[in-house]
Ligand binder design. Structure first.
Ligand SMILES: Cc1cc2nc3c(=O)[nH]c(=O)nc-3n(C[C@H](O)[C@H](O)[C@H](O)COP(=O)(O)OP(=O)(O)OC[C@H]3O[C@@H](n4cnc5c(N)ncnc54)[C@H](O)[C@@H]3O)c2cc1C
Length: 503
């Protein structure tokens, strides 16, 4: 009997964007795919659930930026309509409103980064501070997401990079550090300069509309993952929740032949991991197999970051000018965002009082506080941004602590991040921390790396068609010219000068 993909069993671990993306594609190609998820619901960091009183909550609100082409493509293919229109956003500090962003795609298109500088409405930041960002453009051109560029910039902190390039203290504090806290979840002195440049280029600088964002009109779990899992099951994939994977079993040739999950084992011809940094560290700690490989032991050098997601129901409507807001300057190393859910989410449109989600990133010092203390702090900070909140009373609150939940792109961490291929030939990695040339970040990156891992399985087992992955939009022509000129100069100097200095 000729071998068919039905006979090839694939086990995927972790049902976030990465794991479900890989599962869906391989199931569509006819593989026998089993997805094992430790939590009671699929979704990973974007899972949503209901409280005992039937109110929807989630571990943080998630934006979908303009260049999330692969996710938008998936959502269209699934025939879903989960998103709001593109929304404007603002930034607040303890002094009040600082910045308002337009919808950039609606403004006349200018060569990057002119649109970002000209159309963003800074309320207080002096022009001289904004102009101090100009020298940084050299680093933006020099960091082309290549392996060499990561090696050059990863061991420098983002703060040091901005300092070296002459960014003013005020621009750093009022613009760059808030972006790092929201985009990489950590303050500049704890972020790799490579990650900072990669993230800022992808979300803000590469093309004028890139900073435009839509939001889910409910939890991502309910609006996207639930119908997506139904579709995965329709094409034959199995999604099993409450299955925490502990180990792998290898055959005599060093290939993975089964995945261990408590008392059960799931046999596999190939395995894909789609778990977070803290998830994989826990698996490695208890795994006799993975512990034998230095690349997996080395993962202990990586870390996660604490995040706090709160949802407050107020006794009255407060006028929130724009639905999504980022805040800085309230705590020295914590950034936060707040969202007007009455505007963004269908469920709250007709509520008589405001429903506000406030999420805190790098929230280490907030996690030990009681729920009441946290709600009081959030209420106070909201009142600082929009004084009308001071009069409103909290009627219900939800507090979710996501310990070590998001990837920490710490200086020096690149050397320990894994690529999709591992020393175990049929074990592939995916997730928002896996090295890829694609250039995307966060949810889009997680989904793309899931597809890339699925494609490696197809390449290895030689059955089925690879997923078509939409690349990010090419650099604008002037950036291409600048990068190519810079690369030539680098190559010439590499040939002329001894390999003597630190990269
Ligand atoms: C508060 C907050 C706000 C965010 N905002 C945004 C945003 O606005 N836009 C954006 O694009 N991104 C945002 N992100 C980041 C985004 O959520 C992640 O990049 C993305 O969801 C990561 O997906 P993933 O599949 O790589 O991993 P995860 O979502 O972490 O999924 C991994 C899965 O593996 C499971 N798992 C772990 N260990 C095991 C095991 N041993 N056995 C079985 N299963 C296991 C976990 O339970 C989990 O379901 C935000 C994150 C947070 C926390």
């Amino acid at each position: 009997m000729p071998e068919t993909s039905q006979q090839k069993r694939i086990v995927v671990v972790g049902a976030g964007w990465a794991g479900l993306g890989a599962t869906y594609h391989l199931a569509k190609q006819g593989y026998d795919v089993t997805l094992l998820e430790a939590a009671p619901y699929p979704g990973g960091l974007v899972a949503g659930w209901k409280t005992p009183l039937g109110r929807s909550v989630e571990g943080g609100i998630h934006g979908f930026w303009y260049p999330y082409y692969n996710i938008f493509n998936l959502v269209n293919a699934l025939d879903l309509d989960p998103f709001t229109p593109f929304t404007r956003s603002s930034q607040y500090s303890p002094f009040g409103l600082e910045v308002e962003s337009p919808i950039f795609q609606n403004e006349p298109r200018l060569p990057t980064p002119l649109g970002t500088f000209i159309y963003t409405r800074f309320q207080r930041l002096p022009l001289i501070d904004r102009l101090s960002a100009l020298p940084l453009l050299y680093a933006v051109v020099d960091f082309d997401n290549s392996h060499e560029a990561w090696q050059r910039y990863d061991k420098v902190t983002a703060r040091e990079l901005f300092k070296q390039f002459g960014v003013s203290a005020r621009l750093y504090k009022d613009a760059f550090e808030p972006m790092l806290l929201v985009g990489l979840f950590a303050p500049g002195e704890q972020c790799s300069a490579a990650a900072a440049l990669g993230m800022l280029y992808y979300f803000i600088l590469a093309h004028q509309p890139d900073f435009d964002v839509v939001w889910c009109r409910g939890t991502v779990g309910e609006k996207i993952f639930k119908p997506w899992v139904e579709q995965v099951e329709k094409v034959g994939g199995k999604v099993l929740t409450n299955k925490r994977v502990d180990d792998l079993i290898l055959d005599e040739f060093g290939n993975a032949k089964a995945v261990v999950c408590g008392e059960e084992t799931f046999e596999a011809d190939a395995v894909i991991f789609g778990v977070s940094v803290s998830g994989i560290k826990k698996i490695v700690a208890g795994s006799k197999t993975l512990n034998r490989y230095s690349e997996f032991r080395d993962l202990n050098n990586l870390g996660g970051i604490d995040v706090l997601a709160t949802r407050l129901w107020f006794d009255r409507k407060v006028n929130v000018p724009l639905p999504s807001n980022a805040c800085f300057g309230f705590d020295p190393t914590t950034g936060w965002t707040f969202f007007d859910l009455n505007t963004l989410q269908d469920e709250y449109k007709d509520e008589t009082g405001s429903v506000i989600e406030a999420d805190f990133y790098h929230a280490n010092q907030l996690l030990p506080m009681t729920d009441d203390e946290i709600a009081t702090k959030v209420h106070r900070d909201l009142g600082t941004c929009i004084p009308e909140f001071r009069e409103a009373k909290i009627s219900v609150r939800s507090v979710i602590r996501v310990r070590q939940g998001v990837t920490h792109f710490a200086p020096g961490s690149y050397q320990y991040f894994l690529g999709a291929k591992t020393s175990i030939p049929n074990l592939f990695m995916s997730g928002d921390w896996i090295i890829t040339n694609h250039g995307s970040w966060s949810q889009e990156k997680a989904y793309v790396t899931g597809l890339e891992a699925a494609n490696l399985v197809i390449e290895r087992l030689n059955i089925g068609e690879k997923a078509a992955i939409i690349p990010i939009e090419p650099d604008e022509p002037h950036i291409q010219v600048a990068r190519s000129f810079n690369k030539t100069i680098r190559e010439i100097s590499r040939n002329l000068l001894p390999d003597f200095w630190l990269p």
